[in-house]
Write a protein of this length. Structure first.
Length: 289
């Protein structure tokens, strides 16, 4: 099992850096950051660009894995994303985890002046987007692609990424297309389950989706164990809701195939739980595996 912290970029950089160092010192395996045009909860909150934050994170940490959960295709062309991921992989000495989502927030579309993508277009775009990012990062010669929604000619990454053949890719989302792309191309699938469901309902849905993922991996000639299964804990799956919430959630979702758990930085009134979770709860869960 692995445990990560998702730290939203809605506080000053000195506070962010302090939180990153705390996460590393406490022994968390991963640091993650969201990627939107503004705070998704409150427009009035401060908010920094996800990949600018990633660069700062690379410079202010030493060993912890760092990643986007998830990079937003509304905000940047897939070749630009590949270039940013490669640059930060060098800055971090090969610690980047490249998460990529479908981009569903209407406010991101509005900020970029882009008409809202309907479901059919969104999944078509996602398949093309993922193919370009994956192929560009792997390519050892100029790469070209002509799709329905994206095109590029002569794209290249030079120097190549420290991680070869590319930084690990995390696919975030739950739609059948997203999960199919994960089975075909990703190193990790991340989910938070559908909104409006209870933890038991989310666990049942995740178990079914994991089984489908195994079948899809086999169809693509991949070992299902090559695609890690990750769960973002929030909303109905709040790990800070009670002193034993994380233990209950990990026990529940480990039994349906989840190997990695991502927690949000705790709210101010529960910050005292962070050290206990890191020093006592997580080691106990790992021993009980």
């Amino acid at each position: 099992m692995k445990f990560g912290l998702n730290i939203d970029p809605h506080v000053p950089f000195d506070v962010l850096a302090q939180r990153w160092r705390t996460a590393e010192e406490l022994g968390f395996d991963q640091l993650w950051v969201a990627d939107h045009s503004r705070d998704y909860r409150d427009r009035a909150n401060p908010w920094f660009d996800g990949w600018t934050v990633m660069a700062a994170m690379a410079e202010r940490t030493n060993s912890i894995r760092i990643g986007t959960l998830v990079s937003n295709p509304i905000l940047r062309h897939p070749v630009l994303l590949a270039m940013q991921a490669a640059a930060v992989d060098h800055l971090s000495a090969g610690r980047v985890e490249l998460g990529i989502g479908t981009g569903v927030a209407d406010f991101d579309h509005e900020a970029m002046g882009i008409d809202y993508w309907q479901p059919r277009e969104r999944v078509q775009r996602y398949a093309e987007y993922m193919q370009i990012v994956d192929d560009v990062l792997r390519a050892d010669e100029p790469y070209s692609f002509e799709g329905r929604h994206y095109r590029t000619s002569g794209a290249s990454i030079n120097p190549p990424t420290p991680q070869q053949p590319r930084p690990p890719i995390t696919v975030g989302g739950q739609s059948p297309t997203v999960r199919r792309v994960a089975a075909q191309r990703a190193d990790r699938w991340n989910t938070h389950g559908p909104f409006g469901k209870s933890p038991d309902e989310i666990a049942a849905i995740t178990m079914r989706q994991n089984a489908e993922m195994d079948e899809q991996c086999a169809a693509y000639g991949r070992d299902p164990r090559d695609v890690k299964r990750s769960l973002l804990l929030f909303d109905a799956l709040d790990p800070w809701a009670s002193p034993d919430a994380l233990e209950r959630l990990v026990t529940m979702f480990r039994s349906v195939g989840i190997e990695e758990f991502v927690l949000f930085w705790p709210p101010d009134d529960r910050i005292d739980m962070l050290e206990r979770v890191a020093s006592k709860v997580i080691p106990t869960l790992e021993e009980d595996r």
